[in-house]
Design a protein around this ligand. Structure first.
Ligand SMILES: C[S@@+](CC[C@H](N)C(=O)[O-])C[C@H]1O[C@@H](n2cnc3c(N)ncnc32)[C@H](O)[C@@H]1O
Length: 209
């Protein structure tokens, strides 16, 4: 089974996001593995008028939220089923686009630049950083922000067959890796889990100088 097929199986087994969250919103950004938990989009600064790329955009719901706030959004996901679901739910939003592609392949062929690159439990977690980060950096506008989340090192999580190793890193390791690939002002936060749950979430932000 190819990597795309493997992620497609995972996509088909994934539950769609609810239409309304606990506070009555119809779109929202969810950095963590828990519903109604964690910081919102404010950790990115204002996104109005900014070009956002999401690598591993899944059902497109996080990207759609940023587009409702005035961003333009390009979602990229390796699994064809993800593009279908994302287009069905969010394709009518002006300024949003979804594409089936492997993240490194997309970054190699695009000539666009982005102000915000996002990856929520997405490609940044699953693709070798020495391959992916230089490609991301090349496509980022000066002052742009890369933000991604994943489980803290040592936790369980999605790992479809053939996905290879997940790139779990400690905060210090992300600091060194991102700085080594030309990012600056690396900020790593550990988001506590909700009450009764054991595993938190790592949120990493870094800037293109
Ligand atoms: C755990 S899911 C998270 C999806 C979404 N970001 C969310 O928060 O609901 C990981 C996603 O990354 C995609 N993905 C994994 N490796 C990828 C790659 N190399 N290029 C593009 N997408 C990838 C998968 O198909 C899947 O949709």
């Amino acid at each position: 089974m190819s990597l795309a097929e493997s992620w497609d199986r995972y996509a088909v087994a994934s539950k769609p996001r609810r239409t309304v969250n606990a506070t009555g919103d119809t779109t929202w950004l969810n950095w963590t593995q828990y519903a109604d938990h964690g910081p919102n989009e404010s950790v990115l600064g204002s996104v109005a008028g900014r070009r956002v790329l999401e690598l591993g955009s899944g059902s497109g719901s996080n990207l759609a939220h940023l587009v409702t706030l005035g961003a333009t959004g390009q979602g990229v996901d390796i699994a064809p089923a993800r593009e279908t679901v994302a287009r069905e739910r969010w394709g009518d939003l002006p300024g949003i686009a979804f594409r089936t592609a492997e993240a490194t392949a997309f970054l190699k062929e695009t000539d666009e630049t982005f102000d915000v690159v996002l990856s929520i439990f997405g490609a940044v977690w699953f693709v070798d950083s020495d391959t992916l980060l230089p490609l991301i950096r090349l496509r980022m506008a000066p002052g742009g922000i890369l933000a991604f989340s994943h489980l803290p090192p040592g936790s369980q999580g999605p790992k479809p067959a053939k996905s290879g190793l997940r790139h779990d890193r400690t905060p210090d390791e992300w600091g060194r890796t991102l700085t080594g690939h030309g990012f600056s002002d690396v900020r790593v936060s550990l988001i506590d889990p909700p009450e009764g749950r054991a595993v938190g979430t790592m949120l990493v932000r870094a800037f293109a100088a």
